[in-house]
Design a protein around this ligand. Structure first.
Ligand code: NAD
Ligand code: ZN
Ligand code: ZN
Length: 344
């Protein structure tokens, strides 16, 4: 079968590999859709620092159809469509037992953080995963379902942790970086809160997408501060979600917050926010660094999508286009989420 693999620092290629066989408690999925995340670009460039074992197949945002079932998996049968909860932990601690593998203290013995992040993932014709990490997705378009597994789940978990700050009648949320993750965050804020949503990006097509998904106001990076002042009567936003976390957004974000607000840093752009008292963050601020989400939260995200409450924008490509899609994402040419569709 074909697999788009990271073979060495900065080197990825479409390879021919043996079709994997599911062991006890595992299933093999034919991959219907695998999302392409900006984290994949970072992993490609920084894999040595991350310490992932090489080579491995990219793809941590996976929707597939069960093709083969290993021993001891009564709950799934060939033909079932599922999404994969891909973060991996030690598999033994209480957090792993609760499906909070994203916050396992020990981590996976291999040094991987997930399927497609050190372990073979979904940018392939097939992938083998543990049945315990599958969430049924029947009724959802595979590309839509795939995006829920990271862009959806990470945004959902990021919003969930700050819902208390967004409960007020006049709450205002800012989404900086309306890409794969950020555009789903706009939908999630619409679905879960009554907050006014201000979307900030450097690309006009991203802002157009934000408006389509129901953002109340949009702004370029330079006009973000003025737009948030206008939306809040000068008070500042209750929560700022930074999905870019470049230095330019890290510089801006604290100035957009009201007292007692949350700064939620989701992006891994490396921008530094000085946390000092006194400093640029208003009194009462909380800084949060959410990572991915739990298995139960993925089930909640899928349920929201089934209710029609999570519109997403996807652009679909064949598996062979993976190198080109990585280049297009790097160049800022993808609006919403790019999704590879190996088996259709
Ligand atoms: P993406 O490229 O699809 O989206 C990024 C968006 O930010 C784009 O719309 C881009 O135009 C915008 N942007 C870039 N620089 C900007 C700036 N200076 N000001 C305003 N907007 C700017 O990326 P993505 O796949 O959505 O990932 C976003 C970030 O989140 C990445 O850094 C990724 O590594 C990280 N990530 C974090 C988690 C987590 O669990 N915390 C999970 C997945 C991805
Ligand atoms: Zn990701
Ligand atoms: Zn664990």
């Amino acid at each position: 079968m074909r697999a788009f693999r990271l073979t060495g620092p900065g080197t990825a290629r479409l390879d021919e590999v043996a079709t994997p066989v599911p062991g006890p408690g595992q299933v093999r999925l034919d991959v219907l859709a695998a999302g392409v995340c900006r984290s994949d670009l970072a992993v490609l460039e920084r894999v040595e620092a991350l310490g992932y074992p090489l080579p491995f197949t990219f793809g941590h945002e996976i929707c597939g159809r069960v093709a083969a079932v290993g021993p001891g998996v009564p709950e799934f049968a060939p033909g079932d469509e599922v999404v994969v909860h891909a973060p991996v932990g030690c598999g033994r601690c209480d957090r792993c037992a609760r499906g909070e593998t994203n916050y396992c203290d020990d981590g996976h013995e291999s040094g991987a953080t997930g399927f497609g992040l050190g372990l073979d993932g979904g940018m392939a014709d097939a992938v083998v995963v543990d049945a315990a990490r599958l969430v049924p997705s029947a009724g959802l378009e595979p590309a839509h379902a795939a995006v829920l597994a990271d862009a959806g789940l990470t945004s959902y978990h990021a919003v969930a942790g700050s819902l208390s700050r967004l409960a007020g009648e006049d709450a205002v949320a800012v989404v900086i970086g309306v890409g794969g993750l950020g555009h789903v965050a706009v939908s999630i804020l619409r679905a879960r809160t009554r907050a006014t949503v201000v979307a900030v990006d450097i690309r006009e097509p991203a802002l157009e997408l934000a408006r389509t998904l129901g953002a109340d106001r949009t702004a370029t990076l330079g006009s973000g501060a003025g737009e948030v002042r206008a939306a809040t009567g000068g008070r500042g936003a209750d929560v700022v979600f930074d999905f870019a976390a470049a230095q330019s957004t890290a510089d801006l974000a604290p100035s957009l917050l009201r007292k007692g607000g949350d700064l939620v840093i989701v992006g891994s752009g490396g921008g530094v926010v000085p946390v000092t008292k006194p400093g640029s963050l208003p009194a009462g601020s909380r800084v949060r660094l959410p990572f991915w989400g739990s298995r139960d939260e993925l089930a909640e995200v899928v349920a929201l999508a089934r209710e029609g409450l999570l519109p997403v924008r996807t652009e679909e490509f064949g598996l062979a286009a993976a190198p080109e899609v990585f280049d297009r994402l790097r160049a800022g040419e993808i609006v919403g989420r790019a999704v590879l569709t190996p088996v259709r």
